[in-house]
Design a protein around this ligand. Structure first.
Ligand SMILES: Nc1ncnc2c1ncn2[C@@H]1O[C@H](COP(=O)(O)OP(=O)(O)OP(=O)(O)O)[C@@H](O)[C@H]1O
Length: 567
């Protein structure tokens, strides 16, 4: 049966579907040419009349931004229209005929260095323009870049902001805010997962995309160095020049301050062939890496592709002085998961509130239960140590390194939260426009990580591990998760479903963990190895002893240790 949307757009076929709705290829019956277009349907995560108006306003604002962007460069689809129908929202966009980068790799294998360079050189000016409008794309990945058939130019689709507007809720101060953050695990850097994307988050994602093009490997398939946390990708692209490798390495640096500050800087480095100084190019080889058991992939199947997730704005480096209630995340999550798995596409949603409720601060303990299946992670393999980035580890835990017992659990319910990042400490929306001020191109103003903190009261590695378990025992899974290094989070052997696996394990299976002994095996300014003797009390009443060796990395920005590996 023919579907006519808005009495105008005749659906030809469904292009994709996810947690927020479906995307259709359609033709515009009211244009003489019946031109083709893409109609993207978006459903608010809460279908509640009280917030409908807010969602609507935000949607309109974001649509206006899309209109502006699309009208200034032909490498972003033109926005033709937007409309609402039956409490759902739609954007109508130019249909970009071509293949996504993912499809290209699947069809043709990996790209040559010159082809990758050309894509970067063509996209970076687009990003420069987007950033000059104070917008962060937030979901750059091979799936969201289409190589246009007519001229081979890369076109950037799927800006996160409109989808994010669907997560609008009301915070404790009565302000509209978004309860979700958009991004794709593996392609998004840690600050974005924590709800604080900065302009260079897009550069990180673009560089991860370049790695995929060069290696054919998704981020989850690439090992990380357990000492440094570096993504060890060079070995899969041995012929790549030091210049391109250096540019990519700089763009994927863990801290935004170590990356290129702007797209222009990255472009210039590429064009001038100058290997950036701050992140030296490392010859491919041989340092021990986090083992990752995954079949070698040359052309990954669709089912293995990382998907966009909607996550809660995470615990951000700077705390927001807002207190919140909790909510029915799990219910929403469950429904989103149930509704989100369609074909190869999984969109995981995470909402923080009911409309009248306030956004949660950091306690996911009231989450309703998610699905069940314990992750493949063993107790000893799912650890991570830490606190929120803004909470020095030694605030909660004494520095006394050994023989400490973690705080007993606080009626933790397993949560269904899908997310990489924690239920918001911060209720600031991560809108497409990082700031309301008018000064363009002030990335530092929006980059919380740029402000370094003095290393006062540097926590010990032991305290970090203890505090990690104390955090878990308090049910603050998202906080604990957020203290794993991104590469560890992305270790699909341990966390096949990302944060969801993590929470399934800790919230669903484990009652509490007693830390019997913690010993630092070796430590320097940047890394530490800590052995922890643990006693697990499982929800089924069983007890299980375990010994875990942690690899920690010092995160000077946030005065904390992060866990880069555990086994
Ligand atoms: N403007 C466009 N022109 C051509 N194809 C598009 C356009 N926008 C989206 N598509 C394609 O439509 C399909 C579905 O897009 P959609 O944005 O719903 O992404 P998805 O992959 O289903 O979900 P997500 O990116 O949220 O995980 C994708 O293959 C995408 O490449």
């Amino acid at each position: 049966m023919e579907t006519l949307l808005d009495n105008r757009y005749r659906v030809i076929r469904t292009l994709g579907s996810g947690g927020f709705g479906e995307t259709f290829l359609a033709e515009d019956s009211q244009m003489p040419s019946h031109r083709r277009c893409v109609v993207k349907q978006l459903r608010p995560i809460q279908n509640n009349p009280q917030i409908y108006q807010l969602v609507q306003e935000r949607f309109q604002r974001e649509a206006a931004i899309l209109e502006d962007l699309g009208s200034h460069t032909d490498q972003i689809p033109t926005l033709y229209a937007y409309f609402q129908a039956n409490t759902q929202f739609y954007v109508v966009q130019e249909w970009v005929e071509g293949d996504t980068l993912t499809a290209k790799v699947q069809q043709q294998g990996v790209f040559s260095e010159s082809a990758v360079k050309e894509i970067l050189v063509n996209l970076l000016p687009v990003l420069e323009y987007v950033h000059s409008k104070r917008i962060i794309h937030r979901d750059i990945k091979p799936d969201n870049i289409i190589l246009r058939r007519r001229d081979g130019k890369p076109v950037l689709i799927d800006f996160g902001a409109v989808r994010e507007s669907m997560g609008t809720v009301v915070n404790s101060q009565g302000n509209a805010t978004s309860s979700i953050v958009i991004g794709t695990p593996g392609y998004m850097p840690s600050e974005q997962a924590a709800g604080r994307p900065v302009y260079s988050s897009d550069l990180y994602s673009l560089a991860m995309t370049a790695i995929y093009l060069l290696t054919g490997k998704q981020p989850q398939e690439i090992e990380t160095d357990p000492h440094t946390g570096d993504i060890v990708w060079h070995r899969y692209a041995l012929s790549v020049s030091p210049t391109l490798a250096g540019v990519i390495d700089r763009a994927i640096a863990y801290h935004p301050r170590e990356r290129f500050a702007t797209a222009r800087e990255m472009l210039q480095a590429l064009q001038l062939g100058v290997v950036p100084a701050t992140v030296p190019y490392q010859q491919p080889q041989s340092s021990p890496t986090v083992p990752y058991q995954q079949p070698p992939v040359t052309t990954p199947a669709n089912a293995t592709l990382p998907h966009t997730v909607a996550i809660s704005p995470g615990t951000a480096p700077t705390p927001q002085p807002v207190s919140h209630n909790n909510s029915n995340k799990g219910v929403l999550l469950g429904s989103l998961i149930a509704g989100g798995v369609i074909g190869a596409s999984v969109v995981i949603g995470f909402a923080l509130t009911r409309p009248n409720q306030q956004v949660t601060q950091t306690t996911p303990s009231e989450n309703t239960v998610s699905s069940n299946t314990s992750p493949s992670a063993e107790p000893s393999l799912s650890p991570s140590a830490t606190t929120t980035p803004d909470t020095p580890i030694n605030q909660d835990v004494s520095q006394n390194p050994t023989r400490r017992t973690s705080t007993p659990p606080i009626s933790v319910q397993p949560s269904a939260t899908p997310v990489e990042s924690p239920p918001a400490t911060n209720t600031e929306p991560v809108t497409s426009v990082p700031q309301e001020t008018t000064t363009p191109e002030t990335p530092t103003a929006t980059q919380p990580e740029e402000t370094s903190q003095p290393e006062v009261n540097r926590p010990s590695p032991e305290a970090a591990v203890e505090n990690y378990y104390a955090t878990i025992n308090r049910g603050e899974y998202s906080t604990a998760w957020n203290l794993l290094s991104p590469s560890f989070q992305n270790n699909r052997r341990l966390h096949p479903k990302g944060y969801l696996s993590y929470v399934d394990w800790w919230g669903g299976q484990v009652e509490s963990v007693e830390v019997e002994q913690v010993t630092t095996q070796d430590a320097n300014a940047d890394t530490a190895t800590v052995n922890a003797k643990l006693q697990y009390l499982m929800k089924n009443g069983k007890q299980a002893p375990s010994t875990v060796r942690f690899s920690l990395l010092w995160d000077g920005e946030n005065n904390r240790w992060v866990v880069s590996n555990a086994n």
